[in-house]
Design a protein around this ligand. Structure first.
Ligand SMILES: [Zn+2]
Length: 454
C-alpha cells in the first residue's frame, strides 16, 4: 500500500490568518466555483398544457424550471431567469414519463430464425450480445416516452444489471431500470430443460435460479441482491408443486432484508391465492386472476402487472385469449385493483421499435372500456409506486429528478395521443425534441455519474 506524505503543516492553518497565501487563493477559487455552481444552467420549459395524472387534470400555460437535473419550480407565474435555456412546448401537452412495469430488454425473440420460440433465443444469443441489444431496446423505449422500465428477468447472466449500471453511470441514454436479476423458481423455472441443461448447466446460461429448499431460496435471493437486483422475481406456480405460502413469505422476508419487493409470475388461481395470502408486492400475468382474486388483491393493495397482449400484435395472442384478457382487465378495474401498465413485450414486430410495440398495449385497455385518465394513471402514478420511485422521480414536482415527455394531443381525452411522443427529457437532459432523438448529451467516454455503481 502506498503511503501518502503528511500535508504541509502550514496548509493546516486556518485560512483567514494567512491572507492571500496559497490557501487563501484556493479559497477564492473555491468560492468562485461554488458561485458558478449556485447559478448552474437553468432550463425553462414553457408548457402549453401540463397534465397532473393523479388528479386527472390539465393546467394551461405552465412554466417548469430545471436545474442540476431536478425540477426547481412548476407553476403559471414563475419568473424565467435571464440566462435560462428556454424550451418552447407551448403547442404541446407536457406530462410525466411513462412506466412499463414488466418487460425484458435483454431478450428479443423473433419469427426468424427461432419461430418466436424464446427457448431457442437463449441458445443462440450470448449474454454480451443480449446486453448490447438491451441498450438498444432501452433507447427505443425512451424514445416512445417510457422513462422507467421494470426489467423482470430472462436477461441471461445479469445483462439487466449491466444495462442499469451503464445508464446510471452515464454511458448511454435509457429509461430508469428497476431490474430483477435472474428469476427464482423451483428447478427448471418456467422451462422443462433437458437433464443436460438442468444438471450440467453446460448448454445455455440458466434463465432461472433453481431454489427448491429453504437454504436455496435464501441463497438465490442474496445472489440476486449481490449482483444488482432492485426487485425480486419468482415463479410462484410454474410447476404443479410451486411455492407454498410459507415459502413465498420466506422469499418476501429475505428480500426485505435487502430492501427489495417481490413480484410473482402467476399462472393459476391456486398460485394467485398463495401469492396474495403471503402478501406479495405485485402479480405478473392475468391467467390466474379471477373476480375473487381481484377482490383480495384490492383489499391488500397488491399491484397487478397483467401483461395484456393486444390482438393487434398478430401471432402473440389469439382472439379467444384476448377476449379473456380484456374481460379480466375490466374486472380488475371494476374491483379497484392497483393497475400497472405492463407489456411483457419481449419480441420483435417488424416495422416497430420496442417502444412502439409497448405502446400498442393501450389497445387492450381501450377495449376493456377503461377511461383514459385511469389508463394514464396506470402508466404513470401507479407505475411510479410499483417501481418505488414516486419520491425520487416520476411526478413533475420541485425537488424530484426531471423526467417528462410531451405529446401533441391530450391523453386525458384520447389515450392514443401517447403514440406520438414529440419530446422526452430524462435526468434534466433533452433526449428527444420535435419528434427527433437528440441524445448527444447522454453519451460519455467514462462514468460521469460515478464509477463502480452496483
Ligand atoms: Zn415476462
Amino acid at each position: 500500500m502506498r503511503h501518502e506524505p503528511e500535508p504541509d503543516a502550514e496548509e493546516k492553518e486556518p485560512p483567514m490568518r494567512s491572507g492571500m497565501s496559497k490557501t487563501g487563493f484556493s479559497l477564492v477559487v473555491l468560492s468562485f466555483v461554488l458561485a458558478q455552481q449556485a447559478s448552474a444552467q437553468v432550463t425553462a420549459i414553457r408548457a402549453g398544457r401540463l397534465i397532473e395524472p393523479e388528479a386527472g387534470i390539465v393546467l394551461a400555460d405552465q412554466i417548469i424550471l430545471v436545474e442540476d437535473g431536478r425540477f426547481t419550480a412548476v407553476g403559471p407565474d414563475i419568473d424565467i431567469p435571464a440566462n435560462a435555456d428556454v424550451i418552447d412546448l407551448s403547442q404541446l401537452t407536457v406530462l410525466p414519463g411513462l412506466v412499463d412495469a414488466h418487460n425484458h430488454l435483454a431478450l428479443t425473440y423473433k419469427e426468424y430464425p427461432e419461430n418466436n420460440i424464446y427457448y431457442f433465443t437463449y441458445i443462440q444469443d450470448s449474454t454480451p450480445l443480449r446486453a448490447i441489444q438491451a441498450a438498444s431496446n432501452g433507447i427505443q423505449m425512451l424514445a416512445a416516452g417510457f422513462t422507467i422500465v421494470r426489467d423482470m428477468g430472462n436477461n441471461g447472466n445479469y445483462a439487466d444489471t449491466a444495462l442499469r449500471q451503464a445508464i446510471e453511470m452515464g454511458w448511454i441514454p435509457g429509461p430508469t431500470i428497476v431490474n430483477s436479476g435472474i428469476i427464482i423458481g423451483g428447478m427448471g423455472g418456467q422451462f422443462y430443460p433437458t437433464p443436460e441443461m438442468a444438471l450440467e448447466h453446460g448448454i445455455v446460461y440458466p434463465e432461472y435460479l433453481d431454489a427448491d429448499t429453504h437454504d436455496e431460496i435464501i441463497k438465490a435471493v442474496r445472489q440476486n441482491a449481490l449482483f444488482g437486483a432492485r426487485v425480486i422475481k419468482i415463479c410462484v406456480d410454474c410447476k404443479p408443486w410451486g411455492y407454498s405460502v410459507d415459502e413465498i413469505r420466506l422469499i418476501i422476508d429475505e428480500s426485505a432484508k435487502a430492501g427489495l419487493k417481490v413480484e410473482g409470475h402467476v399462472q393459476t388461481v391456486d398460485g394467485a391465492r398463495r401469492a396474495i395470502e403471503a402478501g406479495i408486492w405485485s402479480i405478473a400475468h392475468d391467467s390466474g386472476l379471477n373476480d375473487e382474486m381481484h377482490r383480495l388483491m384490492a383489499q391488500k393493495g397488491i399491484f397487478r402487472a397483467g401483461t395484456e397482449t393486444p390482438v393487434t400484435l398478430t401471432g402473440h395472442t389469439s382472439e379467444q385469449r384476448y377476449r379473456r384478457t380484456v374481460e379480466g382487465l375490466r374486472n380488475a378495474w371494476d374491483n379497484d385493483v392497483a393497475l400497472t401498465f405492463s407489456t411483457d413485450a419481449d419480441y420483435f414486430v417488424p416495422g416497430k421499435t420496442r417502444g412502439e410495440v409497448a405502446i400498442e398495449f393501450i389497445e387492450t385497455w381501450k377495449a376493456a372500456g377503461i377511461p383514459a385518465p385511469d389508463i394514464l394513471r396506470a402508466m404513470t402514478t401507479n407505475g411510479f409506486r410499483v417501481s418505488e420511485t414516486q419520491d425520487t422521480r416520476g411526478p413533475i414536482q420541485p425537488g424530484l429528478i426531471a423526467d417528462l415527455i410531451a405529446v401533441r394531443g391530450n391523453p386525458l381525452e384520447d389515450i392514443d395521443a401517447l403514440r406520438d411522443v414529440q419530446f422526452v427529457m430524462k435526468d434534466g437532459m433533452v433526449f428527444k425534441q420535435n419528434g427527433m432523438m437528440t441524445p448527444g448529451t447522454f453519451f460519455h467516454g467514462g462514468p460521469v455519474n460515478g464509477a463502480r455503481i452496483r
